[in-house]
Ligand binder design. Structure first.
Ligand SMILES: Cc1cc2nc3c(=O)[nH]c(=O)nc-3n(C[C@H](O)[C@H](O)[C@H](O)COP(=O)(O)OP(=O)(O)OC[C@H]3O[C@@H](n4cnc5c(N)ncnc54)[C@H](O)[C@@H]3O)c2cc1C
Length: 549
């Protein structure tokens, strides 16, 4: 449709001439001070995409009439130059091919004319105009990326993404190449890449973005090779002063960041890995109030974007040491923080069986949390592996919600409290003692388990839909231990009702404290702790406690 329109426009009417004059006046002022020449090479072939070829020539002609800096050579697709340049489609437009690896498959018409103008400006200035933040990200990319951005002349969002890609390709011509692919001129490529909805961006044949992004998120997606939705600016500061330093960017830490900053505390969150903690690895969450069903990654993005509005987030740096005092010094792998209070929201991790198939089928029938995933197995058959209080409680929970559950335990007796084990027999939940899970099998989901009896030395398979693993948690308490923070007998951080530890100015929240270990409880504890910290700082609690002692 756009093409027919362009054909119409090309008729040499009076209106057309007026439009051309207006366009040229605009282009003239845009290209007035272009310092460098921009050689363009256009490959064409009669009978192949003629309307697009005509449109490309039209736009280039308009530009060349206002600036001598843009030169054009045109070759037929059969010319040896096409082979030399590895060009197989018409029209294909190359921008300053001795310097850049940027090519346009199609014609820069409709909305894409803006992108063309930007491309000429960038090549003519030999400058990408990238922000400092984007440059920092781009510098981290050390291996080559072949970028493809699928665009359409009728897509108003496409120029934003195309310009992002152009900036990257102009900034790093040695390692970044770019193809801007017009899906109207190249419907076969659009089919091949399922790129009917544009803009769509690939790097080294991997889909890295759907839709238009900010410049920084584009560069980050290019670096990480997957779509990024949250951009956290990097800081070069060697020392950061804050009221509250939160260690851990999981649900507890991010919530504490929001509550701390909203109470007027200068709050920072430090995360060594990816934001979201355990939630970042959770495929689907179905028990977070207000969101019936949400992907773990989506929930993390929502929380992180929210937290970023209030707190400074330092991602990718590990807290190595905390030195109590006034201020408290927090040392990370990159800098030091001086804080009035520190919140340990370092989380916990589930212990793994280490059986073949476990990690591959995690989230596909293998689960570590009956509260989280139990309802998905209603009426289905599962095993629960473990023999302690948690395993028995989880087995009872699954049984109560209608899951057909069998316990599998490697010893000959359960380690759980008596009232719990009694409840197991009252509810007739079978227990396979002296049994180890040797393998979890299934193509895309759990289908069966291979069980080994340690007494009889027999191996048998059992058809199941799910495997719940409840063999313990490992709380992240290395820093707490180093500091001399008291722990509970189970190894979690011991704290009072206001999340204070035994070390002045140091608090805790979330899974690292033990308890129910849910997203909603972690966020609740993060909020409670931040509010308690605010009150302790304004009162001030620790100073009066010291004075009283
Ligand atoms: C597979 C899976 C599925 C789950 N499903 C659900 C569910 O459906 N519903 C639900 O409610 N709960 C679910 N949970 C539990 C839930 O994710 C946790 O209870 C929750 O994430 C705990 O939050 P947290 O902030 O306390 O700790 P975490 O999420 O563990 O976050 C702690 C963060 O601290 C960081 N950290 C630790 N030490 C340092 C350090 N020294 N320096 C810097 N950073 C550090 C870690 O990298 C981590 O990102 C699931 C958990 C898993 C593993």
């Amino acid at each position: 449709m756009e093409v027919t329109l362009m054909d119409e426009q090309l008729k040499d009417t009076q209106a057309e001439r007026a439009a051309m004059e207006q366009l040229q006046a605009q282009l003239k002022s845009i290209f007035k001070n272009l310092p460098y020449e921009v050689p363009l090479i256009l490959f064409t072939q009669p009978g192949k995409n003629d309307p697009f070829i005509t449109a490309a020539r039209f736009l280039i002609r308009a530009v060349r009439e206002v600036t001598s800096k843009v030169t054009l050579r045109e070759y037929d697709l059969n010319h040896p130059m096409a082979k030399k340049m590895n060009v197989t489609r018409a029209p294909t437009l190359l921008f300053d091919p001795d310097r850049y690896r940027i090519r346009w498959l199609g014609a820069p018409i409709g909305e894409e004319a803006k992108t063309f103008v930007e491309a000429v400006l960038m090549a003519g200035n030999r400058s990408s105009g990238l922000s400092q933040e984007s440059l920092k990200v781009l510098r981290k990319i050390t291996s080559p990326r072949a970028i493809k951005v699928f665009v359409s002349p009728s897509c108003p969002y496409c120029p934003q993404q195309a310009v992002n890609a152009l900036k990257a390709a102009v900034e790093k011509p040695d390692s970044l190449s770019l193809e801007l692919i017009d899906i109207q001129a190249n419907p076969d490529l659009a089919d091949q890449y399922s790129a009917q909805s544009v803009p769509q961006t690939y790097a080294n044949e991997v889909l890295v973005a759907q839709g238009a992004q900010t410049e920084e998120l584009f560069m980050l997606s290019l670096d990480k090779m997957e779509q990024q939705t949250v951009f956290i600016p990097e800081s070069d500061a060697q020392e950061v002063e804050a009221d509250l330093v939160i260690i851990g960017g999981g649900p507890a830490g991010l919530t504490a960041g929001i509550y701390g900053a909203r109470s007027g505390l200068r709050s920072v969150v430090i995360e060594r890995g990816v934001l979201g903690g355990q939630v970042a690895t959770t495929p689907v969450v179905e028990n977070y109030p207000g969101l019936t069903q949400v992907g773990g990654k989506t929930l993390v993005d929502l929380m992180a974007t929210h937290a970023l509005q209030y707190a400074n987030i330092f991602q990718g740096e590990e807290v190595m040491d905390i030195r109590p005092g006034d201020p408290i010094t927090v040392l990370t792998s990159r800098r030091r923080f001086l804080a009035k209070a520190v919140l340990l929201a370092t989380g916990a991790s589930y212990s793994h069986l280490g059986a073949p198939g476990e990690s591959r089928l995690s989230g596909h029938g293998v689960s570590y949390c009956s509260t989280c995933d139990g309802p998905l197995f209603k009426g289905r058959k599962v095993i629960i592996v473990g023999g302690g209080n948690s395993a028995v409680t989880e087995a009872l929970h699954l049984h109560n919600i209608g899951v057909r559950v069998t316990m599998v335990h490697r010893r000959d007796t359960l380690r759980a409290q008596e009232h719990l084990t009694k409840n197991l027999s009252v509810n007739k939940i079978p227990v396979l003692f002296d049994t180890e899970v040797k393998e979890i099998r299934g193509k895309d989901r759990v289908e069966e388990v291979l069980l080994y009896n340690l007494q009889t030395k027999e191996t048998k398979t059992m058809k199941v839909d799910g495997v719940f693993i409840a063999i313990g948690y490992t709380p992240a308490v290395e820093l707490a231990k180093k500091l001399g923070i008291e722990l509970t007998p189970e190894g979690y951080i011991k704290r009072d009702s206001r999340h204070r530890t035994n070390i002045p100015g140091i608090y805790s929240a979330g899974d690292v404290e033990g308890g129910y270990k849910q997203i909603v409880t972690a966020t609740g504890q993060g909020a409670e702790a931040a509010l308690a910290i605010f009150e302790d700082l304004v009162n001030p609690y620790w100073k009066s406690k010291k004075a009283a002692a």
